[in-house]
Design a protein around this ligand. Structure first.
Ligand SMILES: CC(C)(COP(=O)(O)OP(=O)(O)OC[C@H]1O[C@@H](n2cnc3c(N)ncnc32)[C@H](O)[C@@H]1OP(=O)(O)O)[C@@H](O)C(=O)NCCC(=O)NCCS
Length: 214
């Protein structure tokens, strides 16, 4: 799934089903020191995806500790992103000489719970969704797109970005996110989305060379 929403040059790995036991590097242990077993298992399993993706980029058995803010600390020269949801996890990585940042997100393909849409989507965004196709939970797609935006935004700026700071408009398998705050060197991010196997996935790969942006 995640391959469908990311460009060549970004390496990915994904796994479905329950998290299989996966070892942690010593530097990764602190991220789940007090975690319950289920959380520890997801944290380890998504890092197994990250290591697989990093190997595809030519790196060895790299550690990806969690920073104090929970954001992953990628090996030098690498940017990337991880996501997990019940029964699915994925990682995407690229080289910093090609990519400013990468953000990926997976969600269960279901409508947002009552009341959540009004918290995370603007009136304009919700009005735009009213003209959309049946069978697709586009409110969830929009929410996921915003999570992907945040995962590109935060590692670069180390600052908060609220749901109200981003306006997302969906196209057919694509989206455009307009940022209301400076910090990334661009006000517009282009991403892709896909729905399948009961999931929504969204992704943004912000190219260093803007002419490479779709
Ligand atoms: C951080 C956040 C984006 C994670 O998204 P999520 O849907 O809850 O969970 P996901 O499974 O998709 O992603 C979790 C992974 O994101 C990564 N992550 C956590 N914090 C992060 C951050 N600040 N920046 C980038 N990646 C982060 C981690 O790898 C984490 O997995 P791990 O803890 O097992 O290592 C979300 O919890 C959050 O805080 N959102 C509020 C801010 C926001 O989305 N604003 C919208 C702006 S438009």
């Amino acid at each position: 799934m995640i391959r469908r929403v990311l460009p060549p040059g970004v390496e990915v790995a994904e796994r479905t089903g329950p998290p299989l036991p996966a070892p942690l590097h010593p530097s990764e242990e602190a991220g789940v020191a007090d975690a319950v077993p289920a959380r520890r298992a997801e944290y380890a399993a998504v890092r197994e995806c990250a290591r697989t993706a990093l190997r595809r980029l030519g790196l060895g058995d790299a550690a990806v500790p969690a920073g104090p803010d929970r954001a992953p600390m990628w090996p030098a020269g690498i940017v990337g992103s991880m996501t997990h949801v019940d029964g699915y996890r994925a990682a995407a990585v690229g080289r910093v000489d090609a990519w400013v940042g990468i953000g990926i997100d997976a969600e269960v393909h279901a409508p947002l719970p009552p009341g959540v849409a009004t918290l995370v989507l603007s009136q304009d965004e919700r009005s735009a969704l009213a003209r959309t196709r049946p069978g697709l939970c586009l409110d969830r797609v929009l929410f996921s797109a915003k999570e992907s935006v945040y995962k590109v935004w935060y590692p670069v700026t180390r600052s908060w970005l609220g749901f109200e700071d981003v306006d997302v408009r969906l196209g057919d398998g694509s989206f455009v996110a307009r940022l209301g705050r400076p910090g990334l060197g661009t006000d517009v991010l282009h991403g892709r989305w896909a729905v399948g196997d009961g999931l929504v996935v969204t992704a943004i790969a912000l190219a260093r060379d803007v002419s490479a942006t779709p």
